[in-house]
Design a protein around this ligand. Structure first.
Ligand code: SAH
Ligand code: SF4
Length: 357
């Protein structure tokens, strides 16, 4: 049996495990804001406590295996877990222009970390490489939190620098509901990573009952729906889960989801050439999303060896986007960032597995 990780616990849970309880806050500080690599560094803790912690817990349950830097600055990581399974995580870098009080314009780096929730995925979408490797297991809360901590450390991102999280790596987060919710609480602790729920986005293939359950918890996290098709027939072909949770059930669940006043529900629409890239689909999308505070993110399908699907034409993407915008629906196009390191979900891990034969 592997030891639990110190990253598995909320501060409150930790305070029930260490004595006296106030030590939990110090441990949190060492781990999440001073980026300690070892319990022995935690200088303001008594030696016996440091030794006890080292016996009972591991500090970080994952180890960096490979790292690839893309031309656009994105970095893609492959991490190994204690049982030898691997997961991938991507750091996306953007520059955000901001006017300062003195009127000068400064560019700040904005970090988005694309995290994984499972090793593999059960959902089995036809276009997704993660699905090809099958499902291995859920990630623990510590393995989810550890991805973010490891990346902040590796890039020396200052502890309080703003970071956004998106569950768009490997796995279906709502299929690992309890651990993802737990991780969200650990992320948002002001004495820890301090990533507010408004900076956390859960992307789902549309498990309607779990969307309702998540909404009832009212955590304040953002929701992204991987829609990809506007009629059930095509959606079933692309995403077999649509047989259990059809488009209507997803839309109904989204309508009940509490959305922050300044936010919208994001609908991800993976555009595949000659399949869902026509204006007829755009028209249906408008109808489907009417009455929802929505924004649409069109994603270029990122092809890989052996897939039957094709990358859409730029002109069709733009026509689709303009159709939506002209009718009042917010819509962005996601450039396949990190294309040269194949940054779409599951692709690095599959390459690694194939190389190993
Ligand atoms: N399981 C969740 C979250 C992980 S998938 C979900 O499906 O929402 C994250 C995103 O990667 C999804 O929007 C999915 O459509 C996208 N994706 C998967 N394969 C892709 C590919 N080949 N090219 C581009 N995006 C892809
Ligand atoms: Fe799973 Fe998401 Fe990939 Fe579908 S797209 S197989 S839900 S990871």
């Amino acid at each position: 049996m592997h030891r639990p990780s110190i990253l598995d616990f909320t501060r409150e849970e930790l305070s029930r495990q260490v004595k006296p309880p106030f030590r939990a806050k110090q441990v949190y500080n060492w781990v999440y804001t001073k980026y300690a690599d070892d319990f022995s560094e935690m200088a303001n803790l008594p030696r016996v406590l440091r030794e006890e912690l080292a016996e009972r817990f591991v500090l970080c349950p994952l180890k960096m295996l490979t790292k690839q830097v893309s031309a656009d600055g994105s970095i893609k990581y492959l991490f190994e877990l204690q049982d030898g399974h691997t997961v991938e995580v991507v750091l996306l870098l953007m520059r955000e222009a901001q006017y300062h009080a003195d009127g000068t314009l400064k560019h700040h780096p904005r970090f988005t970390i694309c995290i994984s929730s499972q090793v593999g995925c059960k959902v089995g979408c036809a276009f997704c490489l993660t699905a090809k490797g099958g499902f291995m297991r859920d990630l623990t809360p510590g393995e989810i939190v550890g991805q973010v901590l490891a990346i902040k450390k590796d890039n020396a991102i200052p502890p309080h620098h703003r970071v956004n999280l998106v569950y768009m790596g490997m796995g279906e987060p709502l299929d690992n509901f309890d651990n993802v919710v737990h991780a969200s609480r650990i992320f948002s602790d002001p004495d820890g990573l301090s990533i507010s729920p408004h900076r956390q986005t859960i992307s789902t293939s549309g498990l309607s009952t779990k969307i309702l359950k998540l909404g009832q918890l009212d955590l304040g996290v953002n929701l992204a729906i991987s829609l990809h098709a506007v009629d059930d027939e095509l959606r079933e072909r692309l995403m077999p889960i649509n047989k259990a949770y059809n488009i209507e059930s997803i839309i109904e669940a989204v309508k009940q989801f509490p959305v922050n006043a300044r936010k919208r529900v994001m609908f991800e629409y993976l555009v595949i050439k000659d399949l869902n890239d026509d204006l007829g689909a755009a028209k249906k999308l408008i109808k489907l999303l009417s009455g929802i505070k929505a924004k649409v993110n069109l994603i270029y399908f990122n092809p890989y060896g052996g897939t039957e699907f094709k990358r859409p034409e730029e002109k069709d993407m733009i026509a689709f986007q303009e159709y939506l915008i002209q009718r009042g629906l917010l819509c962005t196009i996601r450039e396949s960032r990190g294309l040269d390191i194949s940054a779409a979900c599951g692709q690095l891990r599959e390459q690694n597995r194939m190389n190993q034969g």
